[in-house]
Design a protein around this ligand. Structure first.
Ligand SMILES: Cc1ncc(CO)c(N)n1
Length: 221
């Protein structure tokens, strides 16, 4: 399957993220509170845009099941995923709403968000955007599974954050993969090359997003 190939190619990037300082800090349960604050400020806005981009995809679809699925995903991103954020706010020891106040699209998240929007506006078929969005659930699921495979997180204050992504992503990934594979079967090699780049670039965006948070990267303008 086409998406199996993409996922295989993404493995080294995910491995690199796993060894980067942000995930190390999660595993050790001692990541700096400033890094988590920065991550939450950025991620809350990132997820808002993610939900809005799903809504742009609805306009490209005709199948009712596909539309229903995206509506559920919008609900999950807006109302469900905040649970994972609350775990991090508890770790910081501050109120979530005050932590995310004043957040911005910091450089790496800005670039990632615009990568998704570009595809949503440039191409009629939703698959191009789906490939740019799929690393969002996929990378987190893979990281969470890898962490749990190698570490016993009992007593780790961020355990619930890891558990959230270890269990909640399977159905979503199945749906996104079926979607992209259906399109890949009938499209040109040239389009498949774009899908591949979109997926792999977003994996790199995921890495940069964590690094951005770890270093509290800002625009300084
Ligand atoms: C940047 C980013 N990627 C992936 C996820 C997982 O949904 C998230 N919350 N934020």
């Amino acid at each position: 399957m086409f998406t199996d190939e993409l996922q295989q190619e993404a493995a080294p990037i995910i491995d690199a993220i796993y060894h980067d300082p942000f995930i190390k800090g999660i595993i050790n349960g001692d990541i700096s509170k400033d890094a988590i604050r920065h991550y939450l400020k950025a991620d809350h806005l990132y997820l808002n845009e993610f939900a809005k981009i799903y809504s742009l995809l609805i306009a490209k679809l005709d199948d009712k099941e596909d539309i229903r699925f995206l509506l559920e995903q919008i609900d999950f991103v807006v109302n469900g995923e905040v649970t994972a954020h609350y775990t991090m706010a508890d770790y910081v020891g501050e109120d979530y709403v005050s932590i995310i106040e004043g957040g911005e699209w910091y450089p790496a998240s800005d670039h990632y968000i615009k990568h998704m929007y570009y595809n949503a506006f440039k191409y009629d078929d939703a698959s191009f955007t789906i490939c740019a969005m799929a690393p969002c659930p996929y990378v987190y699921q893979q990281l969470a599974l890898k962490i749990k495979e190698n570490h016993d997180l009992i007593g780790n204050p961020l355990k619930d954050w890891v558990d959230f992504y270890a269990v909640n992503m399977d159905e979503l990934m199945g749906h996104l993969n079926r979607w992209v594979n259906r399109f890949a079967e009938t499209t040109t090699e040239q389009n498949k090359a774009i899908l591949r780049r979109n997926f792999l670039e977003s994996c790199v965006h995921e890495r940069r997003f964590f690094a951005m948070s770890y270093h509290q990267e800002k625009w300084n303008v």
